[in-house]
Design a protein around this ligand. Structure first.
Ligand SMILES: [Zn+2]
Length: 314
């Protein structure tokens, strides 16, 4: 990539002038892990093309909220959002600061926040950088992409499966639909794969969630629309709706019901269906994907309070 300014390692402030590739995210994570005692990083596992998928933990509490960014290739602004949040969290904790009435020290002692900033690193890099000459799937991918080498509208993972249609919630109905049949074999977006959790990224996340009983709140960050979805197709418990209303109030975003096939096989729906816990899809920002990186400040400003205070509602 050209014209990308190097990371300022002194301030490490998440820039508003460069898109968030996988490599750039890793550079920030390494800086934060070295700088902040409270910033812990491990790896969920590896993507289809062998990239380690980072899992950041903030806080020491048993009650845990899980934030997930970039299920989709065009939505890397959610990675920048979550890193910006983690950065401010650590700064405020060290300065004994507050967000609104909430002390970050209290938050840190009583809650944990786990962050997977980029679930789909291969898809993000396809979208930003295109397909490399040595990609073993190159020919198949160009075919999936309608014969084009322009991958700037790519949402799926490395082999054309849309991760947010790859969970076991409404999957069987979706794969039989006319829409899915047209996409079978792989597509830039909306192909669900042959089986739920067929992909390393969705399988790793689902297993992590299944075996981590302390997680009481799930937020999957996508772009765009300034809306919050709450898995209404799967008859969520009334507590989920209440929690959704609180998130909507904190962010100014609209709590919205699902329409059409937008969430068939979606992560939020799967958590609601399988685990009966509060789970939400937050559509960050407004505009056309990929949202420009210079909209990060406005998106962060609106979601800042929710990012800090949402863990307190579980
Ligand atoms: Zn998305």
């Amino acid at each position: 990539m050209t014209n990308i300014p190097p990371i300022d390692t002194k301030s490490a402030i998440i820039p508003h002038n460069a898109p968030m590739t996988y490599e750039r995210m890793i550079e920030y994570i390494n800086i934060f892990a070295e700088r902040y005692k409270c910033f812990h990083v491990t790896y969920l596992g590896q993507s289809m093309l062998g990239k380690n998928i980072p899992l950041i933990t903030l806080g020491k509490g048993k009650k845990t909220a899980l934030y997930i960014g970039a299920h989709h290739g065009m939505e890397w602004i959610t990675t920048a959002l979550l890193l910006k949040f983690a950065n401010e969290y650590c700064e405020l904790l060290e300065a004994n600061g507050h967000i609104g009435h909430t002390s970050v020290s209290y938050l840190n002692a009583s809650r944990s926040i786990c962050i997977i900033p980029m679930l789909n690193p291969d898809g993000v890099n396809y979208q930003l950088e295109g397909i490399s000459g040595d990609n073993p799937l190159r020919e198949r991918l160009i075919k999936m992409n309608g014969g084009s080498e322009d991958f700037s509208s790519w949402q799926a993972n490395a082999r054309g499966v849309d991760l947010n249609h790859n969970y076991d919630a409404g999957f069987a109905d979706y794969i039989r639909s006319e829409e899915a049949k047209k996409l079978a074999g792989g597509a830039p977006s909306k192909w669900c794969g042959n089986l739920p959790e067929s992909e390393p990224e969705s399988g790793l996340l689902a297993n992590y969630v299944r075996f981590n009983e302390d997680i009481g709140l799930f937020i999957a960050f996508h772009s765009q629309g300034e809306e919050i979805y709450y898995g209404d197709c799967f008859d969520p418990p009334i507590e989920n709706l209440r929690a959704g209303r609180v998130l909507a109030r904190m962010s100014g975003y609209k709590l919205t019901k699902t329409e059409g096939t937008a969430t068939s096989g979606g992560f939020t729906d799967w958590v609601v269906k399988e685990l009966r816990k509060p789970a939400f899809t937050v559509e960050c920002g407004k505009g056309k994907n990929p949202l420009p990186i210079d909209s990060l400040f406005e998106i962060y400003f609106k979601l800042r309070r929710m990012l800090f205070e949402a863990p307190m509602i579980v």
